[in-house]
Structures are given as structure tokens and as C-alpha cells.
Design a protein around this ligand. Structure first.
Ligand code: GTP
Ligand code: SPV
Ligand code: MN
Length: 608
């Protein structure tokens, strides 16, 4: 299809404008066909940008090495350009939208010279379902087109749904590397330098303008930009929730099922929990989604969640047949690998894949790499934020209802993060507002998923949404509080706070994690039914010491440590929240949350 044949006048006009501004060589519509995917892949292999992986070991697989300046989201180059700074709030970068559009229009001028402009019509959520949202991404990156074809539902059927006047979110993307006459990338990942990268959102006009990065959430604009930053604004206006959450289904030995959504910050275990293989007998976990949940109330008053995505953009390092077999099976074929190491026979390898590196590798910086076992200072062969892009339909644990346009009714919501100390393995909120409080105080060690932050230090990441909330975070807290006011407690999900990442003083994991987390899910399941063994504590409702079966290697003392209320540690949390966290939100901090903090402090003081 040629773009002049598009029936949607407003869309055609926008494409015309972008073509005139960016001056591409050619315009191609992503029609969603396998033939087009295959031809993009062979072009990228031929140009040297992509590596074709081993025919039997990774059928249909390709690999990329990105530029070292372009390996993750860049939070300090990500902007919420709402009409006022106040609307963006204290946790977002703000630039006046007119000023930002002027700056970016200059950058976009001629930026696609020598490249093909692709128009990607995509649907977040099943095509045509009334919960789905349509976006159109214009990009000059064939890497983005192929990734979007896995991560979202792309193609002409989306244009059909859009008709002649349907609503869509404009998503404009360029790698920001025009080519002069006769110039080619010569197999190098094209992008702009860091100070020219912009990941911009215009919430009022529902537009996304991204420039200079080709990586992940910076460039696959359906994901963090549309499904979280823009959708969170729409959700606030319309009374629903767009969240950085996995969705899983858990079935008990008696055949009773529940649905759980969980918000953990980037690289803190969502994909792993969503695909967990239980270590407890006859329990079953199935996957609905691994990163994003859109949740709306049904006619029965319950909260229903859909996964708007169609694939996984998962962290590769640490993924093995042992830790996450369902992910390993999902990526066996038809998958894209970015910044993984490559073996001599064109397979992928990464740290924690479950076996030693073969004698020689090409590392993600494209240098020869020989494993120096025992040398902890050796630079890793794969980038810590190396990722696989795999179709969700290839996941062995995918639930049969994962594409149900009505969504699944959520029974429990978990919050969590990487906290080596203080935060216990699991505790439950006393009610909805207490749960919102727990979400609002989540803190986590920073991971490699953001380029510009210092990995390892702890920061507050409320609801795991700090980098993804498209408006004032104080108003976002209020939105959650309001939902509790307008919906009955009996229908609302129960809320929990989990922490798989406790460490001993010598730095060892106190809890084995992964499949063993099913033991905690079982307690959550029982707590929802009111059959769990519980004890009330100053921080919330907790399991009794014998409520959760201990896995091998976890002693009585370990369990006691995992389920201890560290009174002084929590009092330190209270003062940090009081001094450094809550004041940021000023008048917009809901009174209910300030009250919860007072209550927790009083409870802890009494327990001292
Ligand atoms: P994003 O895709 O960035 O949103 O990350 P995510 O939240 O989906 O995290 P993911 O499941 O990919 O896990 C990130 C890293 O944490 C991987 O290296 C995992 O091996 C590791 N991990 C996940 N679950 C656990 C766990 O229960 N215990 C421990 N110790 N590590 C875990
Ligand atoms: C995250 O950082 O939370 C991710 C990866 O899921 S990205 O899509 O790059 O945002
Ligand atoms: Mn994520």
C-alpha cells in the first residue's frame, strides 16, 4: 500500500508534513506481513547492521550491537512537555512545549535524508477491542519497525479500524543521523549524541516526539511513551489505571484461580515473576503480561486488566533455563537480540545464561572476548541491559485468556523493588489507602535499565512509575486514592509489598527468589481468601513465621530475618520519606498518605 491511499485525511496530512520536514528518500507503510518483516531483516543483514543467528540454534533470530551511548532509556533526556511545569510535577523533566517543538523541529529538519521513512500503524491491545488504543509511529529505523512488529499489533488491519477519522496517537521517531549523498551506516548503529537525544511527550495533544536514540523504550514508542506516559494521563482523565505492572494467573491445587498484577521498577523481576515456574506442588502460574497493565472497572465493579503489548522486551543477563525457562523457550525463534554477546557459530550468550562462555566471543562492543573465570573485574560480554524481543505467543506459560479484550479480574496487586535491607519478604496493606501508601513509598536500588543513573544506589520509585508517569506524581497518588473512594473495598484488589532482594551482611541473597517466589504467591492467594496465617505488625499484616513453607537453603533464622520488622530501619524510612520524599509533592500530596505516615511512625514508636 502507498501512503497516498490512506483514507484517513488527518493521518495523511501528518505524514505529508513529516515527509516535507524530514526529507526521506522513500516512504513505506508497515503492513504487518511476514514477507515485509523478512525483507526488512534481510536488508539489515545485508547492510551489516544485523547479524543473522544460527539457523538451527535460533531460527529466524537476529542480533544487533547498539552504540555505547544508546544502551538504555535516558531519563535525563526524557521530557513531559505539558502546557505548564506544574502539570508535569516535581519528578518529571519539563520544557515549555512551544520551545521544545522549536528545538526539535530544527533537529528533525532533513534528519531522514538518505533513509526510508516507515509509517507503522499499531494497536496497543487486541485490534478493534474497545480497550485498545491506536498509535501511528513514523520512524527511519528498520530495527524499530521489526521490534514494533513483535511488541505490538502492526499493520493494515489497524488502518481499517482507524477508518477515515478514528483517533490515534502521533508517535514521531528518528535516529537522528541523516546520511549525505552516497553515505551509508556501514553496519554501525545510527543515533545522535546524548545531548541531542530527546524523548518528548506532549500530554495535552497526545503526541510523542523522539529523536536521537534507537534503543528500547526510547524508540519503540508504543511501550513506555504511549502505553504508560501518555496513557497514564488518559487514564487519570477517564478514571482507569495505566501501570508498569506484570499480570499473572495463579491456579491452586484445588483448581481455584486468581489474577495478580505487580509493579516492580525496571530490571527488578517483572518478567521473571510473570513467567514463574512454581516450586510448590500442583500450583500453576501462567503469564498474561510482563511489563504493562491497563486496568479498568467492569460492570460488576471489579478491576479488569489487559496487557496492551504483544511481545516481551526482556532483560537477557540472568535469564537461563534454570531461572526463567519460559523466557528461554519464548526467545528460541523469531526473536531479536540487542547487545548480547555472539558466539563464533552465531548464537547468543550472556552472563547468567546458565553455562560457561565458549572459548571465544564477540562482546557487545564488538571486541573479541575470552572469559577470565574468577576475575570479577572483567567487563561483561553482554551489556547489563542487553535485551531479547520475543513474541508473547511463543511463551509456553502464556495464559489462554491473555488476549481477552475484557481483561482479567485482578485479585491482588503487589509492589516491590530491590531492597537489600529493612523491607521484609512480604507484608500486606490493611486497606486500599494503606496499599496506596505502600506504593507511594517504594524504593529500589537503581539498575542498568536507565543509562544516566548510578546503578546500586537506592531511590524512591513510587508505584515503579517514577520514569513513566506522564503528569504530576502527587495527582497520580490522588487518582489512586480517589479510586478507593469511588469503588467498594470488597471489590478492590488486596495490596501487598514484596521484596525478593534481601541480602545478608556478606552480600548473599537471603531468599532464593525466582520459582521459590511461588511460596509467597501462595500466601498472597490465601490472604485474598482470608485463610492465610497472619500477624498484625506496625507496618502492616505479615505472615506468621510458619505461614510460608521454607525452601531448601533457607534456615529458620533466615526466615525470621526475612519476616522481621526492623523497627529502627523503618523509623529511618519514615524520616527519609518525611524529609526527602513527601515534601516534593507539596499541596498535591493526598492527606490520606500524610496520615498513613503518621500512623506508621506512631506504631513503630510504640514497638520500640
Ligand atoms: P524491565 O523489563 O526493565 O521492566 O525489568 P523486569 O522488572 O521485567 O525485570 P526482569 O524479570 O527482567 O529481571 C531483571 C533481573 O533481575 C534479571 O537479571 C533477573 O535474573 C533478576 N531477578 C528476577 N527475579 C529475581 C528474583 O526473584 N531474585 C533475584 N535474586 N533476582 C531476580
Ligand atoms: C524498562 O526499562 O522498564 C523496560 C525496558 O521495560 S524499556 O522498554 O527500554 O523501557
Ligand atoms: Mn519495564
Amino acid at each position: 500500500m502507498k501512503y497516498h491511499e490512506i483514507k484517513h485525511e488527518n493521518l495523511k496530512k501528518w505524514i505529508d508534513e513529516v515527509v516535507a520536514l524530514t526529507k526521506p528518500e522513500d516512504v513505506v507503510i508497515a503492513d504487518g506481513s511476514k514477507a515485509q518483516y523478512d525483507s526488512l531483516v534481510s536488508d539489515m543483514i545485508e547492510s551489516g547492521l544485523a547479524i543473522k543467528l544460527h539457523e538451527e540454534k535460533k531460527p529466524g533470530g537476529i542480533a544487533f550491537f547498539s552504540d555505547p551511548s544508546d544502551v538504555a532509556r535516558v531519563e535525563n533526556r526524557t521530557y513531559i512537555a505539558s502546557a505548564t511545569k506544574e502539570a508535569a510535577g516535581p519528578t518529571n523533566n519539563w520544557i515549555d512545549p512551544t520551545e521544545l517543538k522549536t528545538t526539535m523541529t530544527d533537529l528533525y529538519d532533513g534528519c531522514m535524508k538518505g533513509r526510508t521513512l516507515y509509517v507503522i500503524p499499531f494497536s496497543m491491545g487486541p485490534v478493534g477491542s474497545n480497550i485498545a488504543k491506536i498509535g501511528v509511529e513514523i520512524t527511519d529505523s528498520p530495527y524499530v519497525v521489526t521490534n514494533m512488529m513483535i511488541m505490538t499489533r502492526v499493520g493494515l488491519r489497524v488502518l481499517d479500524v482507524l477508518g477515515s477519522d478514528g483517533e490515534y496517537v502521533q508517535c514521531l521517531h528518528s535516529v537522528g543521523k541523516p546520511l549525505s549523498e552516497g553515505e551509508s551506516d556501514e553496519g554501525k548503529w545510527p543515533c545522535a549524541p546524548l545531548d541531542k537525544k530527546y524523548i518528548s511527550h506532549f500530554p495535552e495533544t497526545r503526541q510523542i516526539w523522539s529523536y536521537g536514540s534507537g534503543y528500547g523504550g526510547n524508540a519503540l514508542l508504543g511501550k513506555k511513551c504511549l502505553a504508560l506516559r501518555i496513557a497514564s494521563v488518559i487514564a487519570r482523565d477517564e478514571g482507569w489505571l495505566a501501570e508498569h505492572m506484570l499480570i499473572l494467573k495463579i491456579t491452586s491445587p484445588a483448581g481455584k484461580k486468581k489474577y495478580v498484577a505487580a509493579a516492580f521498577p525496571s530490571a527488578c523481576g517483572k518478567t521473571n515473576l510473570a513467567m514463574l515456574v512454581p516450586t510448590i506442588k500442583d500450583w500453576k502460574v501462567e503469564t498474561i503480561g510482563d511489563d504493562i497493565a491497563w486496568m479498568k472497572f467492569g460492570a460488576d465493579g471489579k478491576l479488569y486488566a489487559i496487557n496492551p503489548e504483544a511481545g516481551f522486551f526482556g532483560v537477557a543477563p540472568g535469564t537461563s533455563l534454570d531461572s526463567n525457562p519460559n523466557a528461554m523457550h519464548s526467545l528460541k525463534e523469531n526473536s531479536i537480540f540487542t547487545n548480547c554477546a555472539i558466539t563464533k557459530d552465531n548464537d547468543v550468550w550472556w552472563e547468567g545464561i546458565g553455562y560457561d562462555a565458549p572459548s571465544e566471543l564477540i562482546d557487545w562492543k564488538e571486541n573479541k572476548w575470552i572469559q577470565d573465570k574468577g576475575n570479577k573485574d572483567q567487563a561483561p560480554a553482554s551489556h547489563p541491559n542487553a535485551r531479547f524481543t520475543a513474541p508473547a505467543s511463543q511463551c509456553p506459560s502464556i495464559a489462554s485468556e491473555w488476549e481477552d479484550p475484557n481483561g482479567v479480574p485482578i485479585d491482588a496487586i503487589l509492589f516491590g523493588g530491590r531492597r537489600p535491607h529493612t523491607v521484609p519478604l512480604v507484608h500486606q496493606a490493611r486497606d486500599w489507602n494503606h496499599g496506596v501508601f505502600l506504593g507511594s513509598i517504594v524504593g529500589s536500588e537503581i539498575t542498568a535499565a536507565a543509562l544516566d543513573l548510578k546503578a546500586g544506589t537506592i531511590r524512591r520509585d513510587p508505584f515503579a512509575m517514577l520514569p513513566f508517569c506522564g503528569y504530576h506524581m502527587g495527582e497520580y497518588f490522588q487518582h489512586w486514592i480517589n479510586i478507593g473512594k469511588t469503588h467498594g473495598q470488597e471489590n478492590l484488589p488486596k495490596i501487598f509489598y514484596v521484596n525478593w532482594f534481601r541480602k545478608t551482611d556478606s552480600g548473599k541473597w537471603l531468599w532464593p527468589g525466582f520459582g521459590e517466589n511461588s511460596r509467597v504467591l501462595k500466601w498472597v492467594f490465601e490472604a485474598c481468601d482470608g485463610t492465610a496465617k497472619t500477624v498484625d505488625t506496625p507496618i502492616g499484616v505479615m505472615p506468621t513465621l510458619d505461614a510460608i513453607d521454607r525452601p531448601d537453603g533457607v534456615s529458620d533464622e533466615d526466615m525470621a530475618e526475612l519476616l522481621k520488622v526492623d523497627v529502627q530501619g523503618w523509623l529511618d524510612e519514615v524520616s527519609d520519606i518525611r524529609v526527602n520524599h513527601y515534601p516534593k509533592f507539596g499541596q498535591k500530596l493526598p492527606v490520606e498518605l500524610a496520615h498513613m505516615l503518621d500512623v506508621m511512625e506512631k506504631n513503630l514508636s510504640l514497638a520500640k
